[in-house]
Design a protein around this ligand. Structure first.
Ligand SMILES: NC(=O)c1ccc[n+]([C@@H]2O[C@H](COP(=O)([O-])OP(=O)(O)OC[C@H]3O[C@@H](n4cnc5c(N)ncnc54)[C@H](OP(=O)(O)O)[C@@H]3O)[C@@H](O)[C@H]2O)c1
Length: 242
């Protein structure tokens, strides 16, 4: 039986992945901050809880110290907050988002990389936000662009250790994280579809998993525009929002 550890398993994409990997016969270790929330979210499956806050390295080490090795470690937990007023820049918000998404993910590595089996895989959930500079996304986008670099460099340096690495870049997914958004989210998919795309990509051994196809193709095309033209387009997008 294959073993997986998933962070952020109490909600959204991570919850759906935990449910689906368990249904596929995997042994699931579900990580979250709140044992009750985790138990409630995953009440329908058998799983091993692993309770820690990604911002507390000592707690991570303690929580995973006795765990048996994994075939797949999927670092998915993250948060999103937007900068509403760029002129009066909220540096505390910026640090908060970077600390959870980028530093928090890095905090998991020293405890979890040695627990991935030879021939196993590390997967990290970033975002499609890093294809383009998007309005209000200074903190979230910087955290995910940092994750992209972190993961792509790990993919080089973990080769000799026989650990494969996958970078996951979803578009908009309907989860509690996006349910608070007040803007249009083109191409939004359900957590069920996101989980299917991620599991399929990982099963094929893909190094980058981007979805949904339509939104990603549009973002790729737009990212080839000259920066000045993109800035003008982005400003028009902001003005057209309800
Ligand atoms: N939804 C989207 O459209 C979308 C698009 C692209 C990328 N993503 C990425 O996908 C990942 C999952 O997002 P989601 O949409 O499923 O969001 P979600 O429903 O809000 O779930 C976020 C998960 O992360 C956990 N988490 C947050 N801060 C944590 C911390 N300090 N320590 C440990 N766990 C923490 C939460 O745990 P608690 O329950 O304890 O709060 C929760 O389980 C994130 O990395 C997000 O950036 C999402």
């Amino acid at each position: 039986m294959k073993r997986i550890l998933i962070t952020g398993a109490s909600s959204g994409i991570g919850q759906q992945l935990a449910l689906d990997y368990a249904a596929d016969g995997w042994q699931v270790v579900a990580a979250g901050r709140d044992a009750d929330k985790l138990a409630h979210a995953l009440a329908s499956i058998n799983f091993e809880p692993c309770i820690f806050d990604m911002q507390e390295p000592a707690a991570i080490h303690k929580a995973v110290a006795e765990l048996a090795p994994f075939d797949l470690v999927l670092l998915n937990a993250g948060n999103c907050e937007y900068i509403d007023d760029a002129l009066h820049f909220d540096a505390e918000l910026f640090a908060r988002v970077i600390n959870v998404n980028l530093v928090g993910t890095a905090n998991c590595l020293p405890a979890l990389l040695p627990r991935i089996k030879r021939g196993g895989r590390l997967a990290v959930v970033s975002s499609s936000v890093s294809f383009l500079p998007l309005p209000r996304s200074q903190a979230y986008g910087a955290s995910k662009a940092g994750l992209d670099y972190l993961v792509r460099t790990l993919a080089i340096d973990l080769v000799p250790h026989q650990i494969a690495v996958s970078l996951i870049r979803p578009g908009f997914v309907d989860t509690p994280l996006t349910q608070k958004n007040d803007f249009a989210m083109p191409g939004q998919v359900t957590a069920l579809k996101a989980s299917a795309a991620i599991r399929q990509g990982l099963a094929k051994g893909k190094s980058e998993i981007c979805f949904p196809f339509g939104l990603i193709s549009t973002l790729r095309l737009l990212s080839w525009l000259p920066q000045g033209l993109w800035r003008r387009l982005a400003q028009r997008l902001v003005r057209s929002q309800p």
